[in-house]
Design a protein around this ligand. Structure first.
Ligand code: 2PG
Ligand code: MG
Length: 426
């Protein structure tokens, strides 16, 4: 009964209004859907999205990927056991034949992979997290919540992409969400006194700061205004520099418009270290471009033990790159995005590689999302200690936070949180 009977796909629109792929997989008694997310600040080595080009939707259409699911990938996996994710994903990967799934398209492949897991869980009559979990119920991740946005998610703003609030000292997941909400509200109240705050791709505020430090200053002040203590073990701050997107290969420099000049890798490293000394920052993501392994290593040497160095574009949810980065001592944590990997199996292999090597795992949404909440179940099932979904606004973000609240309420999952950042209970 768990054999895949049919695979269907169609084009839908994501939170940026861009076309994306939705796939439905059916067995004799079950059905599952998955909708593929999309990044804006993508890593050089991640799975490749297939887009149609041409006039339609400014070239962003995904009809070719949809057709590939219906005509090529569907027939390939029909008859396979939906509960045998590794075999399904193996067939998809072998058919594509490239590491980045550039022939068929990572969006086509991940659509089938994700919908297969949902169909399997539905057929077995268990919630997705339980189906994906070796030991259910797992623990809830510490939320890292976007408050201020820049980079490619809020053009015209600061260079760095996300300034996040991390409620390290919260009593549990619900308390962590409330704390982050209070801080976001305090920022909103402060800004709304002068202007209507614009909301960026992930629901954070896009503000015209004079420099990155002004963004940190505002967030830290608002943590205090909301009645909390800005501290690494209280209410802390995280940053996603997303440096790849403002690194200029020709000059090997980082274009820092708000400074009015370019920074070398070492100047950027100095700056990042200075931020962590001046502000209660507990996590730094993608501080350097995704090719600069030596730079990451130099920064790792200089960062305080209480600051987590988190690889996103550098690691692209790839188990081999996780191994390389841990051997080089270049990261403490890995960001995990299923659509960077291209299949669920590769995603769980990356989570396993991280666990085996003592790295923290931060399961993450993309900037282009839908109300698909699969990553919430994945994070809980696989014991990810942190999650990054965006801000506490916009339905595509809240669908995932709300799913975590459901896992807490209905299944009793509790927050454990990262050992490197703090310890939790409840
Ligand atoms: C990131 C993600 C999510 P994008 O860089 O971490 O914030 O952004 O999906 O655009 O790559
Ligand atoms: Mg990132």
């Amino acid at each position: 009964v768990t054999a895949i009977r049919s695979v269907d796909a169609w084009e839908v629109l994501d939170s940026r209004g861009h076309p994306t792929v939705r796939v439905a997989v059916e067995t004799a008694t079950g059905r599952g859907e998955f909708t593929v997310p999309a990044g804006a600040s993508t890593g050089t080595h991640e799975a490749v999205e297939r887009r149609d080009g041409g006039e339609r939707y400014a070239g962003l259409g995904v009809r070719d990927a949809v057709r590939a699911v219906r005509e090529e990938l569907g027939p390939l996996v029909e008859g396979c056991d939906a509960t045998d994710q590794a075999t399904v994903d193996g067939r998809l990967e072998a058919f594509d034949g490239t590491p980045t799934l550039s022939n068929v398209g990572g969006n086509a492949v991940l659509g089938v992979s994700g919908a297969t897991a949902h169909a399997a869980a539905d057929t077995l009559g268990v919630p997705l997290f339980e189906y994906l979990a070796p030991d259910a119920p797992g623990s809830l991740p510490l939320p890292t919540v976007n408050v201020l946005s820049g980079g490619l998610h809020a053009e015209g703003g600061i260079e760095i992409q996300d300034v996040l609030v991390v409620p390290v000292g919260a009593e549990g997941f619900a308390d962590a969400l409330e704390t982050a909400w209070d801080v976001r509200r305090a920022v909103r109240d402060r800004v709304a006194a002068e202007r209507l705050p614009l909301v960026a791709d992930e629901g954070g505020f896009a503000l015209p700061f004079d420099g990155v430090e002004a963004a940190f200053d505002l967030l830290v002040e608002c943590i205090g205004e909301a009645g909390y203590e800005p501290a690494r073990d209280g209410v802390a701050v995280a940053v996603d520099v997303a440096a790849t997107h403002f690194h200029d290969e020709a000059t090997d420099a980082y274009a820092f418009e708000t400074l009015g000049r370019r920074l070398s890798a070492d100047e950027l490293i100095d700056r990042v270290v200075a931020w962590t000394e001046a502000y209660p920052i507990v996590s730094v993501e993608d501080p350097l471009a995704d090719h600069d392994w030596a730079g990451w290593r130099r920064l790792a040497d200089r960062l305080d033990d209480g600051v987590q160095l988190l690889g996103d574009d550098l690691l692209v949810t790839d188990a081999d790159r996780v191994a390389r980065a841990t051997d080089a001592d270049a990261v403490d944590a890995v960001l995990v995005k299923p659509n960077q990997a291209g299949t669920l199996t590769r995603t769980t292999e990356t989570l396993e590689a991280a666990a085996a090597r003592g790295l923290e795992a931060v399961v993450s949404a993309r900037s282009g999302e839908t109300c698909d909440a699969t990553i919430a179940d994945l994070a809980v099932a696989r014991g990810a200690t942190q999650i990054k979904i965006g801000s506490l606004a916009r339905s595509e973000r809240l669908a995932k936070y709300n799913r975590l609240l459901e896992l807490r309420h209905r299944y009793g999952a509790t927050m454990v949180g990262p050992s490197s950042i703090g310890s939790f209970g409840g």
